[in-house]
Design a protein. Structure first.
Lengths: 114, 115
């Protein structure tokens, strides 16, 4: 079975540019999470969707960050304008509903803002 | 904000040695998860412990949840090079009145097992 699919795997762009990260959750999963991982701060939850609705976006760092989930099989995380401090690995994870359901992570997008 | 402190941050050992990774917090968690992450990949769930004092074994890995559900440990017996990776603990706090649970991750322990 296909796992969580993220694209692109790597993105290098100049500061000020718009960046869009994409995620396809596991079919049938109705919870979707976006995380950011850095050496300094570790793995941090940015936003959580349940049934395509944002439930907790308290981890979104600034207004420059936005996330959408137009349908059950697709989500985007957008950064506009991007800054060098946004450089990190961004992970998408999905799970069935329920707090104890295991989260399945994609392989991440490594983002470098020059 | 719930914080999870993992120790040690780095661990470099020889094949066959035993090791323990600790995960501590001042907060109570409804459950605690351990993940393993390899370079270029996302974290993969190893185990979830739910009950205070619970011990779970996964082959050579033993996971324990503290009685007060504030801390946990991962013990690996006779480590092998294939155990090399980043080990992450994550505590789950349920939002009151909902089925939503937010995971807070520790900083991770980078384990290197030399042949």
């Amino acid at each position: 079975d296909a796992g969580v699919i993220q694209s692109p795997r790597h993105e290098v762009t100049e500061m000020g540019q718009e960046v869009t990260l994409r995620c396809k959750p596991i079919s049938g999963h109705n919870s979707l999470f976006w995380y950011r991982q850095t050496m300094m701060r570790g793995l941090e939850l940015l936003i959580y969707f349940n049934n395509n609705v944002p439930i907790d976006d308290s981890g979104m760092p600034e207004d420059r960050f936005s996330a959408k989930m137009p349908n059950a099989s697709f989500s985007t995380l957008k950064i506009q304008p991007s800054e060098p401090r946004d450089s990190a690995v961004y992970f998408c994870a999905s799970s069935l509903s329920g707090s104890r359901q295991p989260q399945h992570f994609g392989d991440g997008t490594r983002l470098s803002i020059l | 904000t719930q914080l999870l402190e993992q120790s040690p941050q780095f661990l470099s050992i020889q094949e066959g040695e035993n090791l323990t990774v600790y995960c501590n917090s001042s907060s109570v968690f409804s459950s605690l998860q351990w993940y393993r992450q390899e370079p270029g990949e996302g974290p993969v769930l190893l185990v979830t412990v739910v009950t205070g004092g619970e011990v779970k074994k996964l082959k050579r890995l033993t996971f324990q949840f503290g009685d007060a559900r504030k801390d946990s440990s991962l013990h690996i017996t006779a480590a092998q090079p294939g155990d090399t990776g980043l080990y992450l603990c994550a505590g789950l706090v349920r939002a009151g009145g909902t089925s939503y649970g937010k995971l807070t991750f520790g900083q991770g322990t980078i384990l290197t097992v030399h042949p």
